[in-house]
Design a protein around this ligand. Sequence first.
Ligand SMILES: [Zn+2]
Ligand SMILES: [Zn+2]
Length: 196
Amino acid sequence: MQQDALWFVQALPLFFITAATTHLVVSFMQTIMHRMLGHHPIGGRLFRNHINFHHSYYSKDHLVSRKYRAEEGNNTPFFLIPVFLAGACIYFVLPTDLFVVAAVACTASFYAHVLFDREYHVAGSRLQRFAWFRHKQELHFVHHRHADSNFAVIHFFWDRILGTYRVSDHDRVKYRSKPRIPLARSIAWPKRNRTA
Ligand SMILES: [Zn+2]
Ligand SMILES: [Zn+2]
């Protein structure tokens, strides 16, 4: 019993790294698939669903409703396919304990992405009390107003890295930022991108 507890404590950092890495991979894949499939005709049905339902329901200044309305044309089940395929692959690569950690983290991350997108569009969401949530919600609304930007749902630093980040009007006023400054460019030419 004591040995099991000691093993668990020693393995905790590795479990944490595995869980964090899994979440980052899921959030990166969500950002990429949203951009490449949800907003490009190459996505076929995923593209039509996303544009005709989610972006039609929530557009311009109608960005929240009393309850989430995008059940019809929901793409979520399609995204489970690559998740299961990736899960099957890592099953043969990772030891069982790390695979279990990755599977749990992947499920939690997937659920978090679905939850955030739902809560962004619900009027009076219980998460509205948190400033960090309101900030992410505003960045997601920017995506609905400017569909070529902010493809992430939870971690918008992926958009900074991909060069598709666009600040919200609120932040533009607050920080007097330029609408878009890709992270790589702002690091390479900090002076050129300095805001007034
Ligand atoms: Zn979209
Ligand atoms: Zn949305």
